[in-house]
Design a binder for this molecule. Structure first.
Ligand code: BES
Ligand code: MN
Ligand code: ZN
Length: 494
């Protein structure tokens, strides 16, 4: 998909589909909505006058209304996209609205879409353009890699139409940012969508390496031998039941002139298929466990975006990839494993209670390794627990932090990204849940607070390093399509 900025009056845009955003500007408790179109000129409002007066269109979030041959406009079609109440308008509605317009175009075979930049009080023009571009790119995604009949449905050109008054170079930069982030998210989504037979740890390593070559990131993909050398006993224990070799993917982005610190370390869970191992999962929904590498894919996508945006900071990305399988060689409940030692300290011993709690095992060694490579601040992303769905449902992902400053910075970022994370606690009092009678710690807590128990386990390895843990198990995949998003991988955490 090509995206371009166009400085023009919306009435003069020649396109297959012109999208104009609309809000309900009626006062609170007003008997009926008062629709306002957010375009630079009043051509679209005139073209849609009759239907607007009918009251059929209420401008609710992602509500759409399609008109052919709109009078007085050069566009072949006009779509009004509702963004909800004027008073509640943020860039997040705009991102979804742009995606909705593109998703309306796709099945109709429309290849060119123009998006009128909404202008409204309180909207930052740069963030608005960025959200439009990002939304358009995200909206174009479908899980159609293996569907020969649907491959040609992509939108080819998206024009972001800004009024003549806008700051053109700022808008151009914002557009580029939105495209990069959206494309990197789609890159992660395509990886997540791959089935376990086609995306083994080795293949994930190859895909990451190819991306790194394209964007100037150093990449090394290690396997069992190096992991043995590093004494990654926790990570190795997960891989031992599978015939597929593991991949320890290490990506280093280091632009010239990057300061010595801080060095963010991104660590992702890359389980390409999670059967549960000997503590095998029920077969209902087990096919979904191909997306157990979504955290790893998010980190690969994030590295891609970081490099393309040329952020002036060194970043280390680590993905711990393996397949969790039962077999004669698989680890068993009751086994004791020794995690990778930190410098000057013995590795922590771990009693395996449940072989299905494998994500925390691979991440434990990934976190220790990131620190050894010089990461001063850590973020991990993982489809770690079913329990996070019980705690937060499928709207908010879980976030855990051992450091207030990192948490606050992350929260600031969410105002731009629109992703939703809700903080869960990590008080020391929870530490008891991972006490083992035979080893330093065990890999599961009790019946309650499963997402917290998993986070407490990881906290043992982050130790004093500022660290954020993102549990995206319930938000990395949606079963039902939304007007603005295809069903399947969401690309959260990129
Ligand atoms: N990959 C799963 C978590 C998961 C569940 C991801 C549902 C996406 C959707 C993880 O490895 C797992 O199996 N966790 C166990 C932990 C338990 C054994 C303590 C779980 O959540 O049941
Ligand atoms: Mn598991
Ligand atoms: Zn898992």
């Amino acid at each position: 998909m090509k995206t371009e900025l166009l400085i023009r009056s919306t009435s003069d845009v020649e396109t297959e589909l012109l999208a104009v955003f609309a809000v309900d500007a009626a006062a609170k408790n007003a008997p009926k909505p008062e629709i306002r179109l957010l375009s630079g000129d009043d051509g679209p409002a005139r073209a849609a006058q009759t239907v607007l007066e009918s009251g059929e269109f209420k401008a609710e979030g992602c509500e759409t209304l399609l008109l052919h041959n709109p009078a007085g406009l050069q566009a072949k079609r006009l779509v009004l996209v509702g963004l909800g109440k004027a008073g509640k308008l943020t860039v997040h509605e705009i991102r979804k609205g742009a995606a909705t317009a593109v998703r309306l175009a796709k099945p109709r075979g429309l290849r060119a879409v123009a998006l009128a930049v909404p202008v409204a009080e309180g909207l930052d023009p740069g963030l608005t353009v960025r959200a439009l571009a990002e939304g358009a790119v995200l909206g174009d995604f479908d899980s159609d890699t293996y569907r020969s009949d649907r491959k040609d449905r992509s939108v080819q050109v998206v024009q972001v139409v800004a009024p003549a008054s806008s700051d053109q170079s700022a808008a151009q930069a914002a557009l580029r940012e939105g495209v990069i982030v959206g494309e990197s998210q789609n890159f992660a989504r395509a990886l997540i969508n791959e089935p376990g037979n086609r995306l083994t740890p080795t293949v994930l390593g190859e895909r990451a390496a190819a991306m790194c070559r394209e964007f100037g990131i150093r990449c090394e993909v290690h396997s069992t031998e190096k992991m043995r050398e590093l004494k990654m006993g926790a990570f190795l224990s997960v891989t031992q039941g599978s015939d597929e070799p593991p991949a320890l993917i290490v990506m280093t982005y280091e632009p010239q002139g990057a300061p010595a610190g801080p060095v963010p370390g991104l660590v992702g869970k890359g389980i390409t298929f999670d059967t549960g191992g000997i503590s095998i999962k029920p077969s209902d929904n087990m096919e979904k466990m191909k997306y157990d590498m979504a955290g790893g894919a998010a980190m690969i996508g994030a590295m891609r975006a970081i490099a393309q945006l040329q952020l002036p900071v060194k970043v280390i990305g680590i993905v711990c990839s393996a397949e969790n399988m039962p077999s004669g060689k698989a680890q068993k409940p009751g086994d004791v494993q020794i995690a990778m030692p930190a410098p000057g300290k013995p590795g922590k011993s771990i009693e395996i209670i449940n072989t299905d709690a494998e994500g925390r095992l691979v991440l434990a060694d990934g976190i220790t390794y990131a620190k050894q490579l010089g990461a001063t601040h850590l973020i991990d992303a993982a489809t770690l627990t079913g329990a996070v769905a019980v705690a937060l449902g499928q709207i908010n992902a879980g976030i855990f932090a051992n450091d207030e400053d990192s948490f606050e910075r992350f929260t600031e970022g969410l105002k731009v990204s629109g992703e939703r994370f809700w903080r869960l606690p990590l008080d020391d009092d929870y530490r008891d849940v991972i006490k083992s009678s035979i080893a330093d710690i065990k890999n599961t807590g009790g019946r309650y607070g499963g997402a917290i128990n998993a986070a407490m386990f990881l906290k043992e390895f982050a130790e004093e390093t500022p660290w954020l843990h993102l549990d995206i198990a319930a938000t990395a995949w949606i079963d039902d399509a939304k007007p603005w998003a295809a069903s399947g991988p969401t690309g959260i955490a990129v």
